[in-house]
Design a protein around this ligand. Sequence first.
Ligand code: XBP
Ligand code: MG
Length: 258
Amino acid sequence: MNTNPLQALLFDVDGTLADTEEAHRQAFNATFAEAGLDWQWSVALYTDLLAVTGGRERIKHYAQTYLKNFHPPGHRDLDEFAAALHRDKTARYQGYLERGELPLRPGVARLLREARQAGLRLAIATTTSPGNVGGLLKGNLGPEAENWFEVIAAGDMVAAKKPAPDIYHYALDALKLPPENCLALEDSANGVRAALGADLRVLVTVSDYTRADDFSGAGLVVDQFGEPDRPFRVIAGDPGDSRWVDMPLLRRLAAGER
Ligand code: XBP
Ligand code: MG
């Protein structure tokens, strides 16, 4: 049994802090339509496409794997074409954030408050763009919320996105903490693989697009962080006496065997 105390929480963003993937899907589709492309990503297709993390990478993967003989207009390079579409998609998604259309998931604001009160350090480890992280935090928690996180590890700060462990290694290096002193909070199989690859223990809250994922290796899988008047439902693992994600539960998970 590892008895090292929990010192930091590393949060995924999409699906964990907020159920954002449906908004991402709609932003992709609106961007495609505006660009004159007849691409429409259905919910079923988007669920499959989430196997590839990172919006730019997802667009490129779609063009190469699902379309026969697609060539970007004007003989443009596919990387450059995907990057331009993704820039437009990001601007559109940030409009959703600015209009307050993406609330945090149940228990997130409470958990962040309790973690800060308990003196835990906070970090973000995500594949989405830094601007999307800032917009979500500011829009829901106020202008200071970004500063609650010592490290915001996001998007292209590493070469290989989740399920590669690189973004977690980046965050751990910046925190100067070993994985034994930290806990990752994730919602997807790709996220769990990334965290486990960095030797982190993981708590999963499943999200709309990830319910059917394989969460092998996670310490606990629940449907949401929960609140005292809105307890979580346990999907896999043992939460002990906790009925919502609280400090004692996080400490037990961080100290437990994988
Ligand atoms: C989930 C992702 C992201 C989003 C879209 O990231 O895979 O690519 O689907 O965001 P997370 P971008 O690690 O936060 O769960 O288009 O900005 O990549
Ligand atoms: Mg996620």
